[in-house]
Design a protein around this ligand. Structure first.
Ligand code: HEM
Length: 481
């Protein structure tokens, strides 16, 4: 097993933290509650004035802070939002194809597996074709402070030419367990040069080049990510920096792409499946954990194959750091501990893709996602196996510098790929979806005989979009009349 590094290697990356929106560098662990306001721009000049006031009064949180901010405000924009803000044509054309086309472009929908019950025409508002989302205002606070923060911002919308289309409320439960009952957000990449990477103990495999998550910095391939630009003449107020060796200004620098998916979870169905299929509580717990790849406490099956070492006790930070310091190859080359098909072995295969461990690690490092999600809806009370009709699930957000290479690849070629890593006709057992609505197979390798599960769908997509999280200088550029 690779050893946890007690001291991170010194970084020569100087991130321009004052220009990077805070949500990129931090998950704001101390701000457990969030509100997401999905907005439409009705009057561009008023909206630009509002944006200028947010920037002038330092409302948008940057990644540079001395003390933990008591609240955090971040702003993301869709392609339609850039158009509504009258962004120059040259800038619009220079964004990545997937951002320009959006999540619901038909070919993309097919690739992402968003059909049948997950198809965009079945999504909730504001994701119906007759509605256009331009901006996403992300407000984060403690439970006690969220209401006041939300009120303050909602009051600003109408007078500033902004229409509120929809609101989502998310939170991180006290035990950090998502609705199916598993500790979430354990495995997170740390951005090289970020405060987190400088100050906390990071496992070597989680320390990832800044260019995987922020435009303007070198990525894992040793390249700069593709970046949206404007001709120098179109930035008369010099909000943006020059893209070296070009006559272009770099709009993308210090920004990133944000992927959003609202995923409903059928918790009653999930519990019922395991209750009906396995006779003892121990077997149920083991099989549930096999499809995730971790025990409910977060302990990985690779490290603890037989029983959850913590049970209902909450893990501390050391336990969590150790719980992400593993590879699959040395301990579990055949998936007897953690099945190849499990959610975590698919979404980050680490060293276990194919035969060449070092190639596998390289490939996995180029697909990392910085997850910034939160759960929505009240938990289904423990032991209940009938649906109570209440909405609940995950507001999945992830940050990546290249949507195609990172999020879309993970979703298409790992989560939803029936032949992932040599498997035959299996999809992600937790969040995968069978297009024809049939039960999904998941093989749990076991000796002397492997066990085959036939799983119903446990999740349904309710909406989603691709956003851009501009740097503070790019927001200043957009706000300029
Ligand atoms: C309702 C939907 C989902 C649930 C309940 C869920 C739950 C979980 C849980 C319990 C973990 C283990 C904790 C951890 O390692 O942080 C995890 C890890 C992860 N999930 Fe999900 N997840 C969902 C959807 C997704 C989707 C759609 C993606 C990407 C397409 C995704 C990507 C990941 C990644 C990258 C990891 C970390 C794997 C690792 O590095 O070992 N998840 N998820």
């Amino acid at each position: 097993m690779p050893s946890a590094e007690t001291k991170n290697p010194p970084s020569d990356i100087a991130l321009d933290l004052s220009d990077i929106q805070g949500i990129i560098a931090s998950g704001y662990g101390h701000l457990s509650h969030s509100r997401y306001l999905f907005l439409q721009i009705e009057e561009a000049s008023k909206a630009k004035g509002w944006l200028r006031s947010l920037l002038r009064d330092r409302h948008i949180t940057s990644s540079l802070w001395g003390e933990k901010p008591p609240t955090a405000v971040n702003l993301a924009v869709t392609y339609a939002g850039l158009q509504a803000l009258e962004a120059p044509a040259e800038l619009l054309q220079s964004f990545s194809k997937e951002f320009i086309e959006g999540m619901t472009e038909p070919n993309r929908t097919r690739q992402l597996g968003d059909f049948g019950i997950n198809a965009p025409d079945r999504w909730e508002q504001p994701w119906q074709p007759d509605t256009t989302v331009d901006l996403l205002l992300i407000l984060q606070a403690t439970a006690a402070d969220l209401g006041a923060l939300d009120d303050a911002y909602r009051a600003q919308l109408g007078p500033n030419g902004l229409k509120l289309l929809a609101v989502e409320t998310g939170y991180i439960p006290v035990d950090s367990r998502e609705h199916f009952g598993f500790h979430d957000s354990i495995s997170q990449p740390a951005i090289e040069g970020s405060p987190k990477a400088e100050k906390t103990r990071i496992n070597a495999q989680d320390l990832i080049k800044a260019g995987e998550f922020i435009l303007g910095y070198l990525n894992e391939d040793g390249n700069y990510p593709s970046t949206p630009t404007v001709p120098v003449a179109q930035d008369p107020t010099h909000s943006l920096s020059l893209l070296p060796q070009t006559a272009l200004k770099d709009f993308g620098r210090n920004g990133s792409y944000l992927v959003y998916r609202k995923i409903a979870q059928d918790v009653a169905g999930f519990r019922r499946y395991f209750q009906d299929t396995f006779s003892t509580p121990e077997e149920r717990l083991l099989m549930m954990s096999k499809i995730v790849g971790r025990w409910p406490s977060g302990a990985p099956l690779v490290q603890a194959p037989d029983a959850d070492p913590l049970g209902d006790r909450l893990p501390d930070n050391d336990f969590l750091a150790n719980s992400n310091d593993f590879a699959y190859g040395p301990e579990d080359p055949q998936g007897f501990r953690c099945p190849f098909s499990s959610h975590i072995r698919r979404t980050n295969p680490r060293d276990s893709l194919g035969q060449d461990a070092s190639e596998s690690i390289k490939s996995s490092r180029r697909r990392r996602l910085l997850r910034r999600g939160a759960v929505y809806g009240d938990p289904l009370p423990e032991g209940v196996i009938e649906d109570d009709g209440q909405p609940r699930g995950l507001l999945f957000f992830c940050i990546n510098a290249n949507i195609r290479r990172q999020f879309e690849f993970v979703q298409q070629s790992w989560v939803n790929a029936p032949t992932f890593n040599g498997l035959y006709d299996e999809r992600d057992p937790l969040v995968g979806y069978n297009p024809d609505g049939s039960l999904r197979t998941a093989i749990v390798p076991k000796e002397p005989l492997s066990q085959s599960l036939s799983l119903p769908n446990f999740v349904t997509l309710k909406g989603g979009a691709y956003f851009f999280l501009p740097s503070l200088s790019a927001l200043t550029f957009l706000a300029t009349e």
